[in-house]
Ligand binder design. Structure first.
Ligand code: DX5
Ligand code: ZN
Length: 220
C-alpha cells in the first residue's frame, strides 16, 4: 500500500491543528513529525509538548522522525506523547538493535533512517526487525531542499534487500518529493512518501490530492 506522510515541518504552526485536519480529510494516512535537536542536525524544531498537544486533535498515525543524538534516552517519552512509529537515525546510536527492541517493547513500530552518505548495507543487520527503513533523499535538517538524484539507486537497493529476504518492511523516503517527481521514488520501490513543502505550501487539500492521484496513476 502507498502511504502519504505530510511533514508538519512546513506547516503554519499558528494554525497547526487546522492544517492537520486538512491533510487528514484530504486522505493522507500518516503525519510526519520531524524532531530536530540542533546537534544531530543544525536546526531545532519542536519536541514532546507539541506532539502531545496535536495528539489530542487527531487520530492520524504519528510517524515521528527523530533527528537527535542519543535517541534511546527519549523513546519512552515519545511513545507516551503519542508517537505510533518511532524512527531514529542509524548514525546517532551505538546499538541500533537495542533501540529497535526498546521501541517494540513499548508497543510501537520501529524505523531506522539513513543519511544520503550512509551505505544502505549498514542497516542489513537490523532489517528483519524493522518495520520501516527511511532512506533520506536530502541531507536531514531542513525542509524545502532538492531531491538528491543518487537516492533513486539507494531506494532500489533497499527494496531489493527487503525482497531478497522475503520481508515486508516499509521503505520511506523523505526530502524534496513533490507530485511531479514522486513517480521516480515509487518506481524505485518506496511505499511511504514524506512531503513537507509540496503539501503545506499553497492549497493543502489540492496538494494532498495531487500526490494521491500520482499514486493512482503509478498503480495503473
Ligand atoms: C528534513 C526532514 C523532512 C522535511 C521534508 O530533514 O526530515 O521531513 O520536512 O521537507 P520537504 O518535503 O520540503 O523536502
Ligand atoms: Zn523527516
Amino acid at each position: 500500500m502507498l502511504i502519504l506522510s505530510p511533514s508538519i515541518l512546513a506547516a503554519d504552526f499558528s494554525i497547526l491543528g487546522k492544517q492537520i485536519k486538512e491533510v487528514e480529510e484530504a486522505g493522507a494516512q500518516y503525519l510526519h513529525i520531524d524532531v530536530m535537536d540542533g546537534s544531530f542536525v543544525p536546526s531545532i524544531s519542536f519536541g514532546m509538548p507539541v506532539i502531545s498537544s496535536i495528539r489530542k486533535a487527531s487520530n492520524i498515525i504519528f510517524d515521528v522522525h527523530l533527528m537527535i543524538v542519543t535517541p534511546e534516552r527519549y523513546i519512552e517519552e515519545f511513545a507516551k506523547c503519542g508517537a505510533d512509529i518511532i524512527t531514529f537515525h542509524l548514525e546517532a546510536v551505538q546499538d541500533a538493535g537495542a533501540v529497535i527492541d526498546k521501541i517494540h517493547g513499548l508497543g510501537k513500530k520501529a524505523g531506522v533512517s539513513i543519511k544520503p552518505g550512509t551505505p544502505v548495507e549498514a542497516v542489513l543487520p537490523y532489517l528483519d526487525k524493522l518495520d520501516m527503513l527511511l532512506v533520506m533523499t536530502v541531507e536531514p535538517g531542513f525542509g524545502g531542499q532538492k531531491y538528491i538524484p543518487e537516492s533513486t539507486e539507494r531506494i532500489r537497493l533497499a527494496r531489493r534487500y527487503v525482497e531478497e529476504r522475503g520481508l515486508c518492511t516499509d521503505i520511506q523516503v523523505d526530502g524534496g518529493i513533490t507530485a511531479d517527481n514522486v513517480h521516480v521514488v515509487l518506481e524505485a520501490g518506496a511505499n511511504v512518501i514524506v512531503a513537507g513543502s509540496a503539501i503545506f505550501r499553497g492549497d493543502i487539500k489540492r496538494n494532498v490530492k495531487d500526490v494521491l492521484e500520482a499514486f493512482e496513476t503509478f498503480q495503473k
